[in-house]
Ligand binder design. Structure first.
Ligand SMILES: C[S@@+](CC[C@H](N)C(=O)[O-])C[C@H]1O[C@@H](n2cnc3c(N)ncnc32)[C@H](O)[C@@H]1O
Length: 269
């Protein structure tokens, strides 16, 4: 079945009335996801109640790939493409002067706090010869990552559910942890506050609580030359680098102006 012009026009009007700035564009995306007029109307209803567009249509386009999303799973953000780029450069050896040991291939990539698995999958899309492992606390997220084709995906707190066999063998650990400071949660757009789990957003008083735990655990899982990459905000730079140094690691921050994104890179010194 196709969508009628009347249903599309109604969708645009409803989206505009609900305050959608790009009502025509969103209506076109919703139309693609709907099999008939009634479904389009349902999807528009969910969108006008504030659900993120990606959750309504059930997928997100991110860093060159499309991932499936389940309701309540964190929507991958455009800025996280920096994590993907830095990870892919490390794996391919293009990240001079920071390099991984040359000898062992394929590389092991661990996507911790994986959500839909978008980040790990986007790295694997760029560098197919990778062993990808992923984990998340939220079983809905890990089911979603499995939907997206990650087979080695584990549910539990940070490193706890991971298989022993990858201890000491992770070349690149990407961890897009929850890093919003608790006091800033009310300032987030309603889409995030109301439709993404608090556990995907809240990083404690300075936003770095989960990050610190990841930094503490990372050396056990990384190879000697392995690298941890994690997204942070500008305000978190000093504390994040201090957390890295406190665990005896070297760290620096990579900034991308176009994406307005920051990634902490940490490794053994
Ligand atoms: C900011 S989201 C990032 C999701 C995904 N990496 C992305 O960028 O699209 C943070 C994720 O961390 C997960 N998370 C929060 N606390 C965790 C913990 N203690 N152990 C494992 N995962 C956790 C949440 O369930 C959520 O999926």
């Amino acid at each position: 079945m196709t969508i009628s012009d009347t249903a599309l026009a109604t969708a645009i009007l409803k989206l505009r009335a609900a305050g959608c700035v790009f009502a025509e564009d969103e209506a076109a995306i919703l139309r693609e996801a709907a099999a008939d007029d009634a479904t389009l109307n349902d999807l528009v209803g969910r969108r006008t109640l504030g659900e993120p567009l990606e959750q309504v249509v059930g997928h997100a386009d991110f860093a060159g790939i499309r991932v499936r999303l389940r309701p309540g799973v964190f929507v991958p953000r455009v800025r996280s493409e920096l994590l993907v780029t830095v990870a892919a450069e490390l794996v391919t050896g293009a990240a001079e002067p920071v390099t991984l040991a040359a000898e062992r291939k394929p590389r092991v990539l661990l996507d911790l706090c994986c959500g839909s698995g978008a980040l790990g999958l986007a790295v694997r899309h760029r560098v197919p010869a990778l062993d990808l492992y992923a984990a998340d606390l939220d079983p809905v997220a890990t089911a979603c990552a499995r939907d997206n084709g990650i087979t080695d995906v584990f549910t539990g707190d940070l490193f706890a559910p991971l298989p022993e066999k990858i201890k000491g063998s992770v070349d690149v650990l990407i961890a897009n942890v929850p890093y919003v400071a608790t006091a800033h949660i009310p300032l987030l757009p309603a889409e995030a506050r109301d439709h993404e789990p608090r556990s995907a957003l809240d990083g404690g008083p300075d936003g770095l609580e989960v990050f610190r735990r990841v930094v503490k655990g990372a050396p056990t899982w990384l190879t000697e030359s392995g690298v941890l990459l994690s997204e942070i905000t500008e305000a978190q730079e000093r504390n994040a680098l201090e957390a890295v140094r406190n665990e005896g690691l070297d760290g620096d921050v990579i900034y991308d102006e176009d994406l307005d994104a920051r990634v902490v890179r940490a490794r053994r010194n």
